[in-house]
Structures are given as structure tokens and as C-alpha cells.
Design a protein around this ligand. Sequence first.
Ligand code: HEC
Length: 237
Amino acid sequence: MRVLPSGYGFWTGPPVFSAVKIDGSEKSDELAPHPLHLPQYLRSNFEVTLNRLNGGLMRKFLLGVIFTVLVLVLGGLGTAILGFIPTHANVAPPRWEHRLANTSIDASMERHAPHLTNPLPPSDQNYQDAMKLYTMNCAVCHGTLDRKPASLGKSFYPPAPNLVSDPPDDPEWHTFYTIRTGVRYTGMPAWDQTLSEQDMWKLASFLSHMEKLPPSVQEYWKTNFGVDAPAGEEEKK
Ligand code: HEC
């Protein structure tokens, strides 16, 4: 029995080969490829096997992904529900957490905070107002203007930075946004319900210029708080 090949490959369906009966007996319907078509037969079989194998691998891969996601979600939920996440705030965050959190805060600010210009002129009066606002609202966490450590500063997780010994070197819009909207998952409140826009700008401007205040304001600081105003150059010495 001889059948001429009617084409191979993807588009024409399974190849049909010239075939001979294996043992020539009438009962046997098992066909072997004609020796001349053996190479095509083998190649075609190999492709079919590869495709089947690929299908299986893809399914296994997807199942693996779903399984991993499930384990992560359930593991995370379990860790929280079973009480493995510590809640105490009286320790310092590890350095990697500090770095990661700060990087993500800066990136988020860059994305969300509008780059506004301070609408108020930098006047002595505005700086003096800011010093009062700071003393009343911020010093308890961020350190007093007479350079005493903040009573609550280190009691937060993450701790509140001392803004007098280490004033922010961020642009005003950045500090304004921090004050107005607070910092989520920390002790830094959003002040938009408590302070006016003007007061928040006064504070932002004061903090951004704390190391380069005009001499008259430095004088005011010394008279009222008994210590010198911070000066950038002094601290670098
Ligand atoms: C209840 C405590 C608390 C009070 C009150 C508070 N803050 Fe904060 N503040 C924090 C904490 C905690 C952080 C640290 C957040 C962090 O690690 O990102 C912070 C961060 C900041 C930062 C960012 C500092 C930086 O270098 O990234 C600024 C600016 C700031 N506060 C300004 C203020 C001002 C202005 C006030 C007063 C109107 C104020 N805060 C009142 C707790 C407080």
C-alpha cells in the first residue's frame, strides 16, 4: 500500500506519508513511514510533541504564578491576623526601612505635590508669625526654638526629625505640601484643617530659610529664645 504525501507542516494538518505495513500481515493496521519519508516523519512528530509540551509547560507556569500570588497574599494576611507584625513605636526603624520609606516619600511628593510658588513676600513679620506658629504647633514633636530636644520626637515610628538642628533643605512647595497633607503612616499630621493656607506658607518659608534668616529676624530669635538662630555656615565648620 502506497500513499503519496499530501503536504506537511502547520497549515495542512497532520502529514500523510507513504506507508508500509510493519509486518505485512492483514490484521495489523500499524503503519510505519516509508523509509524515504522518515526524516519528515520524525521532524513532524518532534514538532507535535514540542507543541504539546509547550502547552503543558505554559499551563504549569500559569498555575505556578497563581499559586505563588495566593501564598503571598494569604501569607501576608496570616502574618497580620496572627499578630506577627510588631506595633511598638519605641524603637528606631532599621536603616533599610528608613531608606526605602524616604525614597518612596520623595518620589510620591515629586509626583503629587504641585510646584507652587509661595504667594507671601518674605517679610520679618511673616517669619515672626511662623516662629509663634511653630512654637505652638510643631515644637512638641520637632524641637523647640531654644534648641531643647522635642519631648515627643523620638517616641514616633519613624521618629520626628528635629527641624531646628536639622532644617529641611527641600524647596518651599515641598515643605508646604508636607505640612498641608501630612505624612501617611507616621505621626506627621495634615494641618489643612487646623491652619490657614497663609500660616502654612509662613511655616514652609520659615523652615526653608531657617539657616539664612535676615539679621533682624535672627536678632528677634536671640531676644525671644535666648539662643542664636541656626546659621548654615556655622554648623558646617
Ligand atoms: C505629633 C507630632 C508632630 C507634630 C505636632 C508635627 N509633626 Fe511634622 N513630622 C512628624 C513626624 C513623625 C515626621 C516624620 C515623617 C517621616 O518620617 O516622613 C514629620 C515630618 C515633618 C516634615 C518633613 C521633614 C523632612 O525632613 O522630611 C516637616 C517639614 C514637618 N514635619 C513639619 C511640621 C510642621 C511645620 C509642624 C507644625 C505645624 C509639624 N510638622 C507638626 C510629627 C509631627
